[in-house]
Design a protein around this ligand. Structure first.
Ligand SMILES: Nc1ncnc2c1ncn2[C@@H]1O[C@H](COP(=O)(O)OS(=O)(=O)O)[C@@H](OP(=O)(O)O)[C@H]1O
Ligand SMILES: [Mg+2]
Ligand SMILES: [Mg+2]
Ligand SMILES: [Mg+2]
Length: 393
């Protein structure tokens, strides 16, 4: 039993360290968010409802995106005080505030309150009475900070990989803390990350396959976890999901490390599922040119960062079409987790990602390259230079 520990803040090693309280609250908030998402994903898949909406850029948003944003915003504000909390997050309240969206708003309020009612099981004090519509909208609206070079702010992607989420596939909840332009904490919830990494590539069919192969009573260590890391600690940790209805949860976090594979011939690279989000043809040419032989692992969301941090893949590449500006919430948590697990994350010019310039990764050179090791990373950066001019990106 010695590798088991009760769930309490002592898991965070030196509790007197900087950011230990922030990390403790952030991990609990992401645990709650994962539980919320699992419940919503299940209900989305069991009935076709209008809980999925299209945004102006044709991307999707669901009640889970808004509900997680409201819940995490509420938890952070209650824990640290509204004057001390600035949050940059993906969703806004525009759609939800429209009179015709009252049903949608009701679903969000119900989902948030359901989640907050379980807060004590995660070690968080919940509200005395359920939140009202106006309070839920305010919690979402509060996440309208625009980032920048100085001070402290949180960065939240409530559901990353919303497309994967509505398809019953991979998605992530990503929360980071940025101080003076540097990501100092990263917390990444991956509720559907499978026990066997081979299952990561069963897109679309994932849910069906998993539900057939794992008994419904299986404990959550079999699927899903929260990864977290603190900048400069040299460690990244994986904590199993806390079952909200199960008081016998006793598992302690484990450290995760990047893979030691430096040979491209043995390496696996991962990339976005959607061609619209990253050029598959460019990365295929690139991978071939450095000697990568394995098929790409196409996975939705920041689960790709988790795969590299855990050593299930060695390379992550994303080359969005020219003109697309990457947002900080799609990369902040994953970046610090890979770095602390021993990996390297830069743009295609080999420069660190810049989280100090507002909501976008301004100045990003071509694309993002994350690797398990320095040598592999150098090879990929060199290969991008060699093949860039002949590509049409
Ligand atoms: N056109 C375009 N190009 C590049 N990137 C885009 C584009 N549109 C959206 N996005 C952002 O990509 C986030 C999902 O990235 P993924 O790596 O998960 O892509 S994929 O879903 O696997 O194809 C996705 O995050 P979520 O909105 O949180 O799902 C978006 O922020
Ligand atoms: Mg989105
Ligand atoms: Mg995202
Ligand atoms: Mg999102």
């Amino acid at each position: 039993m010695e590798d088991f520990a009760q769930f309490n803040p002592t898991i965070f090693e030196s509790t007197k360290d900087n950011y230990s309280n922030e990390l403790d609250v952030a991990v609990k908030a992401v645990q709650m968010a994962c539980s919320l998402c699992q419940r919503v994903q299940k209900s989305l898949l069991s009935k076709s409802t209008s809980l999925v909406q299209s945004k102006d850029d044709n991307s999707l948003v669901t009640i889970a995106d808004w509900s997680v944003q409201a819940t995490v915003s509420w938890v952070l504000t209650e824990s640290f005080g509204s004057n001390n909390v600035s949050i940059v997050a993906e969703e806004d309240v525009e759609t939800l505030s429209k009179p015709e969206a009252s049903g949608l708003l009701e679903s969000v309020v119900q989902t948030v309150n359901e989640c907050l009612s379980e807060a004590p099981q995660f070690g968080i004090k919940g509200p005395i009475i359920p939140l009202k519509k106006a309070e839920v909208l305010e919690a979402i609206r509060q996440c309208n900070f625009n980032g920048g070079p100085s001070g402290r702010f949180w960065v939240l992607d409530p559901v990353d990989g919303t497309l994967g989420f509505v398809r019953g596939d991979q998605y992530a909840v990503a929360l980071a803390l940025v101080e003076d332009g540097e990501v100092v904490l990263g917390v990444l919830g991956c509720p559907n990350y499978p026990l066997r990494k081979e299952w990561l590539s069963y897109h679309h069919r994932y849910y069906r396959i998993i539900s057939k192969l794992t008994p419904p009573t299986s404990i959550s260590w079999d699927k899903g976890f929260v990864l977290y890391a603190k900048k400069g600690s040299g460690k990244a940790w994986m904590q199993p999901l806390i079952p909200s209805n199960n008081l016998v949860w006793l598992k302690s976090p484990r450290p995760v490390y990047v893979s030691s594979i430096e040979d491209p011939g043995q390496a696996t690279f991962c990339e976005p599922v959607e061609r619209a989000n990253s050029s598959h043809s460019f990365t295929a040419g690139l991978a071939h040119s450095v000697g990568v032989r394995k098929e790409p692992l196409r996975v939705y969301s920041m689960v790709k960062y988790a795969a590299v941090a855990r050593g299930d893949a060695e390379i992550f590449m994303k080359f969005a079409r020219s003109g697309y500006k990457e947002k900080i919430w799609d990369h902040a948590a994953g970046t610090v987790i890979i770095q602390e697990a021993g990996g390297v994350v830069t743009d295609a010019g080999g420069n660190p990602l810049d989280f100090s310039n507002g909501i976008y990764l301004e100045g990003l050179d071509r694309g993002i390259i994350a690797c398990a090791g320095v040598q592999l990373h150098e090879k990929i950066v060199r290969a991008v230079d060699a093949s860039w001019d002949s590509s049409c990106l």
